[in-house]
Design a protein around this ligand. Structure first.
Ligand code: CU
Length: 299
């Protein structure tokens, strides 16, 4: 949301209407405020919940301010040389205990409902397996028999027109729109904790070695969506972005065909050596984190 929309935004907040239509980008923009554009049912609900909470806390702050002002004005020393000694009022006390309880119960109920909604989808149509490595992501599509491929940051000096610094990767993860996708997230068994986070989808799920966490997405629009590792995982933490290409189902099927075509299933795995880029220091030189990793590749 651009700053110039602030006035519209203020009106929107006051009326508790979910965020105005935003530019469709899937990435952060300069001078933007508010949530990233929602592109999944989960993120839509998160936005709505966020807006509802904003109204509730605004109401509470205003109420407290007004009461405080009233007390300061009405019971000032000059007007009350002999202060009242009134204590206890059953109705008031029950009221100011019960009201916050009701508000909190509503927030808790809504939070839990959303947590369960984010957790899983009934009968997913396909599965994406995400694995966090030091420091890049691997993606596999077991249903489509697409073996794991690696998604590695494009170094700044190799960026091409239209690619984004610290966000674009060599092999983006490709997903179809309008499809219930189960996402299983784990991390390299010899590795560390990561977190696979794509704000437009409302996803931020930890990638834990030897554990498979899961979540789901149903992408509503074609486009490119970006995310970042969101668990401080080590010195390559800032260099393992997530780039998701959401395409039509037909385009996705074509992509799968390309991935699978020409692959001899009986071929023995090949030992490949991949390099990854670690942090860059002020002179643009790679710091010591850069290195190599041997990967068994079945293609
Ligand atoms: Cu990480």
């Amino acid at each position: 949301m651009k700053l110039s929309n602030l006035a519209a935004c203020a009106t929107t907040l006051a009326l508790a209407v979910p965020g105005a239509a935003l530019a469709d980008s899937g990435r952060a923009e300069n001078w933007a405020i508010g949530m990233r554009d929602a592109a999944s049912p989960v993120q839509h609900q998160l936005n709505d919940f966020h807006n509802t909470l904003l109204v509730i806390i605004t109401g509470i702050v205003l109420l407290v301010f007004v009461l405080l002002g009233l007390v300061i004005y009405k019971f000032r020393a000059s007007k009350n040389p002999t202060p009242s000694r009134t204590t206890h009022n059953t109705l008031l006390e029950v009221g100011w205990t019960a009201l916050p309880l009701i508000v909190l119960a509503f927030i808790a109920w809504e939070s839990m409902r959303l947590l369960y909604f984010m957790d899983r989808v009934e009968d997913p149509e396909m599965t994406l397996v995400v694995t966090g490595y030091q420091w890049y992501w691997g993606y596999a599509y077991p249903d489509q028999q697409v073996d794991e491929f690696l998604s590695i940051l494009i170094p700044e000096e190799e960026l091409e027109e239209g690619q984004l610094r610290l966000l674009s990767v060599d092999n983006p993860v490709v997903l179809p729109i309008d499809t219930d996708i189960e996402i299983q997230i784990t991390a390299d068994v010899n590795g560390v904790l990561h977190s696979w986070a794509v704000p437009s989808f409302g996803i931020k799920t930890d990638a834990v070695p030897l554990r498979k966490n899961h979540t789901w997405v149903r992408i509503e629009r074609e486009g490119t969506y970006y995310g970042l590792c969101s668990e401080i995982c080590g010195d390559g933490h800032a260099y393992m972005p997530i780039e998701v290409r959401a395409v039509s189902r037909e385009a996705f099927d074509d992509w799968v065909e390309q991935q699978v075509a020409g692959r001899e299933l009986d071929e023995p795995p090949v030992l490949l050596t991949r390099t990854y880029q670690g942090p860059v220091n002020a002179d643009g030189q790679l710091a010591q984190a850069s290195g190599q990793q041997d990967i068994l590749e079945t293609r």
